[in-house]
Write a new protein. Structure first.
Ligand SMILES: *[C@@H]1O[C@H](CO)[C@@H](O)[C@H](O)[C@H]1NC(C)=O
Ligand SMILES: *[C@@H]1O[C@H](CO)[C@@H](O)[C@H](O)[C@H]1NC(C)=O
Ligand SMILES: *[C@@H]1O[C@H](CO)[C@@H](O)[C@H](O)[C@H]1NC(C)=O
Ligand SMILES: *[C@@H]1O[C@H](CO)[C@@H](O)[C@H](O)[C@H]1NC(C)=O
Ligand SMILES: *[C@@H]1O[C@H](CO)[C@@H](O)[C@H](O)[C@H]1NC(C)=O
Ligand SMILES: *[C@@H]1O[C@H](CO)[C@@H](O)[C@H](O)[C@H]1NC(C)=O
Ligand SMILES: *[C@@H]1O[C@H](CO)[C@@H](O)[C@H](O)[C@H]1NC(C)=O
Ligand SMILES: *[C@@H]1O[C@H](CO)[C@@H](O)[C@H](O)[C@H]1NC(C)=O
Ligand SMILES: *[C@@H]1O[C@H](CO)[C@@H](O)[C@H](O)[C@H]1NC(C)=O
Length: 555
C-alpha cells in the first residue's frame, strides 16, 4: 500500500487549499456547537446501495459498509441536522476469522500506514472528507493508540505473538511485557496489561517510551492533515498511559474525546481536568438510564449538578445515550415515549451530542455485538419517529446557538423535579431552551403540569415539538398539558423565525435583529441570501480554495 507520508508530499498544495477552505484543526469551541452522528463504517452503507444485503451481527463478519457508501448517504445524516460524522478506525486491521468474527469494527490494528481496504481506497476517504466539508460538516475519526492486534486463535499470547507482522511497531520492545488484565478497576493493571484475550491478542503499546509516543503522534498528524480530519475519538483511553494521552493531545492539537468507560464522576473529571479535554459523559449516561428505565428523576438532576462541580468544563464532554459498546436503550425499554425523552435530554443538555447510528430507527440490539446492526436494513427510513425528532432537536439547538454563540458554554441546570417529570434549562435569560421530560411512558394519560420556573411572566413560548404556543402566566407559571409521556421543549415564540421549525425557513438571523425587527429580520436575512445551506458553503470553500491555490502559486 502507498505510504501516507508519500501521498502527503505529492498533494501538499491540495492540503493547504483544503485546510484554508475547510475546518481542519477545529477547536473545542467550534466543536461545542456541533452535533455528531456516530457511524460504524462497516454497518452504515454499502457501495452498491443495497438495503437487503444480510448482516448477522452475532457472526461478527464484515458486512460490506464503505466510505463510498457513506458519501452516498450523507443526505440521510444531514437530514437529521447533524453537522459532524464519526467514522470507524481507518487503518489496516488483522485479516482472518475467529470464533467471534472479523475486524469489521476496526479495533484490531495491523499496519498504521495502510488503510483498511474493506472500507475503500485513499481516494474514497479523501472524497468522503471533501463531501462532508462541502456540506460544512466535520469529520471525526475513531482512533486506536493503545494497542495493536495479533490473532493467536487459542495459543498463549505470552509466547505466540509474531511482532514482526506489525507495522511500524515490529518488535516486542515496543510493547509492555505480556500480562492479562486481572483487575479492570486497578488502573495500573488495566494500563500495563492487555485488553485482548487468547483468541485475538491486543499487544499493549509501551506508550511511556518516547519513540512510541513520537511515532504515534507523527502518524496521527499525518493522517489528520492527509484527510482533513477535524476531531478524534480515542478508543480505550482508560487503558492508555494518561501522561501519553496528554502528550498526544498536545502534539496533534485537535479536539479529542477519549473513552473512559467509568460511571464515577471523580474518575471522568480527573481525566478531563488533567489529561484530555473531552470524554463521553458516562456518569450522566448511567444517570439517564436510572431516570428513564427506573423512573429515578432525582438521580439525573443530581448527577448533572455533581458533574458541574467536579469537572473543569462539562460543556466540552460528549453527550450520548447509545454507542457501539452499550446495550441500546430500546433493548432495556421498548417504549417510544421514553426513547424520545432520553434523546431530548441527550441532544439538549450540556456537551457535544454524539448519537450512535440506529438510535434514530429505534433499534434494540442488547449490547455488543448485537448493537452493531446494519443501518441499510432499515432502508434509511426518514419517516421514522425518532429520525424526525432528532431533526427538530438539532434545529432548536443550532438556532439557540445562532442567537447566542455562547449558548453551548452556558451550563444546563434543573428547573423542575416532579414525581415523574424533570425540567432543565440551558441558555441565557430570554434566549433559554427549556425541556420538560417525562418518565411515565406512552401509557400515561393527559394531565396539566404547572412548572413554576421557566420564562418570565407573560412570555409567549412555542413548544417546538408540536408547534403550540403557551403564555407563561402572571405568577410565572407555565402550565403544560402533558400526554402519553411525551417530552416538551420550549423556546420564546418571538425568537422562532429563522429556526427552520414549525414551518419557518432557516435563516441566519441575529438576536438583535429579531428583537428590533421581529419576523421581518428573518425575511431580510433570507432575501439577502445569507443562508446556511450546503450549496452556499460549498461555494465558499471553492472560492477559498482558489484563493489558496493562487497564494501557493505566488510564494
Ligand atoms: C446468525 O449467526 C448465528 C451464529 O452463527 C446463528 O446462530 C443465527 O442463527 C444467525 N441468525 C440469523 C438470523 O441467521
Ligand atoms: C481459528 O481457529 C478456527 C478453529 O480451529 C479456524 O476455523 C479458523 O480458521 C482459525 N482462524 C484463523 C484466523 O487462523
Ligand atoms: C522493523 O522494521 C524496520 C523498518 O522497516 C526494519 O529495519 C527492522 O529490521 C524491522 N525489525 C524486525 C524485528 O522485523
Ligand atoms: C494494581 O496492579 C499493579 C500492576 O499489575 C500491581 O502491581 C498492584 O499491586 C495492583 N494494586 C492493587 C491495589 O491491587
Ligand atoms: C435514585 O438514585 C439515587 C442516586 O443514584 C439514589 O441515591 C436513590 O436511592 C435512588 N432513588 C430510588 C427511589 O431508587
Ligand atoms: C401499555 O399499555 C399496553 C396496552 O394496555 C400494554 O400492553 C403495555 O404493557 C403497557 N406498557 C407499559 C410500559 O405499562
Ligand atoms: C388543562 O388545562 C386546559 C386549560 O385550562 C384545559 O382546557 C384542559 O382541560 C386541562 N387538561 C386536563 C387534562 O386537565
Ligand atoms: C406563536 O407566536 C408567534 C409570535 O407571536 C406567532 O408568530 C406564531 O404564529 C404563533 N404560533 C402559533 C402556532 O400560534
Ligand atoms: C451569520 O451571520 C453572522 C453575522 O451576522 C456571520 O458572522 C456568520 O458568518 C453568518 N453565518 C453563516 C453560516 O452564514
Amino acid at each position: 500500500m502507498v505510504s501516507m507520508s508519500a501521498l502527503r508530499h505529492g498533494l501538499g498544495v491540495l492540503y493547504l487549499a483544503g485546510w484554508l477552505g475547510s475546518s481542519l484543526a477545529a477547536t473545542t469551541e467550534q466543536w461545542k456547537s456541533r452535533s455528531i452522528y456516530q457511524t460504524m463504517t462497516d454497518r452504515f452503507a454499502r457501495t452498491d446501495g443495497s438495503t437487503t444485503s444480510p448482516c448477522n451481527t452475532t457472526e461478527g463478519l464484515y458486512c460490506g459498509g464503505t466510505w463510498r457508501g457513506m458519501i452516498n448517504h450523507l443526505d440521510y445524516i444531514q437530514g437529521m441536522g447533524f453537522d459532524a460524522v464519526m467514522i470507524s478506525p481507518i487503518i489496516e486491521n488483522v485479516e482472518g476469522r475467529v470464533e467471534y468474527g472479523e475486524a469489521y469494527h476496526g479495533y484490531w490494528p495491523l499496519d498504521l500506514y495502510s488503510l483498511n481496504s474493506h472500507f475503500g481506497t485513499h481516494q474514497d476517504l479523501l472524497d468522503l472528507s471533501d463531501a462532508l466539508h462541502a456540506r460544512d460538516m466535520y469529520l471525526m475519526m475513531d482512533t486506536v493508540i493503545n494497542n495493536m492486534a495479533y490473532i493467536t486463535n487459542g495459543s498463549d499470547p505470552a509466547t505466540h505473538i509474531d511482532y514482526s507482522t506489525l507495522t511500524p511497531f515490529n518488535s516486542s520492545s515496543y510493547y509492555h511485557p505480556y500480562c492479562k488484565i486481572t483487575d479492570w478497576n486497578n488502573y495500573t493493571n488495566a494500563q500495563l496489561c492487555q485488553t485482548g484475550d487468547n483468541i485475538v491478542a491486543l499487544p499493549d503499546l509501551y506508550t511511556e517510551h518516547a519513540e512510541v509516543q513520537e511515532t504515534l503522534s507523527n502518524w496521527a498528524k499525518d493522517v489528520i492533515s492527509t484527510y482533513s480530519i477535524d476531531g478524534l475519538r480515542i478508543d480505550a483511553a482508560k487503558h492508555v498511559n494518561p501522561g501519553f494521552l496528554k502528550n498526544f493531545g498536545d502534539a496533534v492539537d485537535i479536539f479529542m474525546t477519549g473513552e473512559v468507560l467509568q460511571q464515577e464522576v471523580s474518575t471522568i473529571c480527573d481525566y478531563q481536568n488533567n489529561y484530555i479535554g473531552s470524554l463521553p459523559n458516562y456518569p450522566v449516561y448511567y444517570a439517564m438510564l436510572k431516570a428513564f428505565t427506573l423512573g429515578n428523576t432525582s438521580a439525573l438532576a443530581t448527577q448533572v449538578q455533581e458533574m458541574k462541580n467536579s469537572c473543569h468544563d462539562v460543556t466540552a464532554l460528549s453527550s450520548f445515550s447509545e454507542n457501539h459498546d452499550v446495550a441500546r436503550f430500546a433493548s432495556m425499554n421498548p417504549d417510544m415515549a421514553l426513547a424520545k425523552n432520553i434523546l431530548t435530554f441527550t441532544l439538549l443538555a450540556d456537551g457535544v451530542p454524539m448519537i450512535y447510528q440506529g438510535q434514530e430507527q429505534h433499534l434494540d440490539g442488547p449490547g455488543s455485538p448485537k448493537n452493531r446492526e446494519a443501518i441499510w436494513l432499515t432502508e434509511y427510513n426518514t419517516d421514522a419517529e425518532l429520525y424526525k425528532l432528532i431533526g427538530k432537536l438539532n434545529a432548536i439547538r443550532k438556532h439557540a446557538y445562532r442567537l447566542d454563540n455562547h449558548y453551548p458554554d452556558v451550563q444546563t441546570y434543573p428547573v423542575f423535579e416532579g414525581g415523574s417529570e424533570l425540567g432543565f434549562r440551558k441558555g441565557v435569560e430570554g434566549r433559554q431552551v427549556v425541556m420538560l421530560l417525562s418518565t411515565q411512558g406512552t401509557n400515561s394519560s393527559a394531565y396539566n403540569l404547572s412548572m413554576p420556573v421557566s420564562f418570565t411572566g407573560g412570555t409567549v413560548v412555542t413548544e417546538i415539538l408540536n408547534c403550540i404556543n403557551y403564555t407563561v402566566n402572571a405568577q410565572s407559571e407555565l402550565v403544560v398539558p402533558m400526554d402519553k409521556g411525551e417530552p416538551r421543549v420550549f423556546f420564546p415564540a418571538d425568537l422562532m423565525p429563522g429556526s427552520g421549525l414549525c414551518g419557518l425557513p432557516v435563516a441566519n438571523v441575529t438576536y438583535a435583529a429579531l428583537k428590533t425587527q421581529g419576523a421581518a429580520a428573518a425575511e431580510a436575512a433570507l432575501s439577502l441570501g445569507i443562508r446556511t445551506d450546503a450549496a452556499s458553503n460549498a461555494l465558499l470553500s471553492l472560492v477559498l480554495s482558489v484563493v489558496a491555490g493562487l497564494l501557493v502559486g505566488m510564494w
